[in-house]
Design a binder for this molecule. Structure first.
Ligand code: NAD
Length: 346
């Protein structure tokens, strides 16, 4: 039931968009504008049903509010989802139509690239509204800048985690197991190798594994085994939902810190990690590099400003760990509480 879910998630506004001429069918969910305009990208996906698309937009929008709030940014959370196949259903007219809907919202929602959309698509949106990021010419649209900054943020977050778990932020000689060597994972390996960490890596793509072994002297683990390998830090950089009832008891690490979204299958799994004495760096804090640089670029920052902005990840994670320790709660709950406190204070 969409209205019940809207109430349960405290969604401020839901805009359902339908434009027959371009074939646009989309939903824009604004979770909160309490701290400022709702920021969050536009996803395009062949959803199985309208209900699935609406619920996805609302949950993703809520996640964006928390992500912005935990850093104290002057933005709220929103998300647009377009119902359609990103391979076959795109046209400039479709993104222009979305741009018109965003323009009607008059600055309450600012969109950008997300799964299934590209810089070219945002150029289409930008023909109808100024409330769009990641268009041609923006720093965000520079090749691979976002995964580079995401990897940098995860690396800094790992240092904060090491300081909390081992009493030193140095990663020299620490054994880090990286699951997934895509755009973020491979770059993270570079930062870790330069910091003197020992790497153990896994990916479904054998070529990527061989590249990491060559470039960063990484040892190789099987994809199905990497979570159970003994290490200091386990870095999930592939899919979500991997921390669950079945996998958590098998972990042999002191810290989980990686870029993957939605790592905990359920919020309660944060408690399970805590019970096992494993320090968990909440995913939406450690992987916030993309949001931090977007927020900075909207305010007119240079590439250097953006890098400094990503450096907040280290201090905010330290705050999350301190809060969790003093309140005796798991770190994922601590991050949520800090975000909620910042929303209330706005
Ligand atoms: P990607 O698609 O470039 O790379 C993912 C890699 O994981 C691929 O090489 C894939 O082969 C591998 N993989 C998939 N399943 C695996 C498994 N079971 N075991 C081992 N390897 C497996 O993705 P990415 O952009 O590097 O993002 C990685 C994760 O980080 C995703 O969860 C993404 O949502 C999240 N994230 C990415 C960014 C970003 O800037 N790209 C920002 C925030 C969060």
């Amino acid at each position: 039931n969409v209205m019940d879910e809207m109430e349960r998630l405290s969604i401020e506004q839901l805009v359902v968009c339908q434009d027959r001429a371009s074939g646009l069918r989309a939903v824009i969910a604004v979770h909160s504008t309490k701290r400022g305009p709702a920021l969050g990208g536009c996803r395009m996906w062949a959803y199985k049903s309208e209900q699935e698309a609406i619920i996805d937009a609302m949950r993703l929008a809520r996640g964006m509010t928390y992500k912005a709030a935990v850093f104290g940014l002057d933005y709220g959370g929103g998300k647009a989802v377009i119902l359609g196949n990103p391979e076959t259903d795109k046209s400039e007219a479709l993104f222009k139509a979305l741009g018109r809907y965003i323009s009607y919202m008059n600055g309450r929602y600012i969109t950008g690239v997300d799964l299934g959309t590209t810089v070219t698509d945002m150029d289409g949106v930008g023909k109808e509204t100024m409330y769009v990021t990641d268009t041609t010419g923006s720093i965000m649209a520079t090749d691979d800048f976002t995964p580079e900054m995401t990897a940098y943020g995860v690396y800094l977050g790992m240092k904060a985690s090491a300081a909390a778990a081992f009493g030193s932020s140095s990663l020299q000689g620490r054994k880090v197991a990286v699951q997934g060597l895509g755009k973020v994972g491979m770059r993270l390996c570079r930062y870790l190798h330069e910091a003197g960490a020992e790497l153990l890596v896994a990916d479904l793509d054998g070529g990527r594994v061989r590249s990491a072994a060559m470039a960063y002297s990484a040892d190789i683990a099987l994809p199905e085994a990497i979570m159970q390998e003994p290490c200091d830090i386990f870095a999930p950089c592939a899919m979500g939902g991997l921390l669950n009832d079945e996998t958590i008891p098998k972990l042999r690490c002191a810290i989980v810190a990686g870029s993957a979204n939605n790592q905990l299958l359920e919020e309660a799994h944060g408690q399970l990690l805590c019970d096992r004495g494993i320090l968990y760096a909440p995913d939406y804090v450690i992987n916030a590099g993309g949001l931090l640089i977007t927020a900075r670029e909207i305010q007119g920052g240079s590439a250097g400003d953006m890098m400094r902005s990503v450096e907040q990840i280290e201090s905010v994670l330290r705050l999350v760990f301190r809060y969790a320790k003093s309140a005796g709660i798991p770190t994922n709950q601590a991050a949520n509480r800090i975000a909620e406190r910042n929303i209330k204070r706005a």
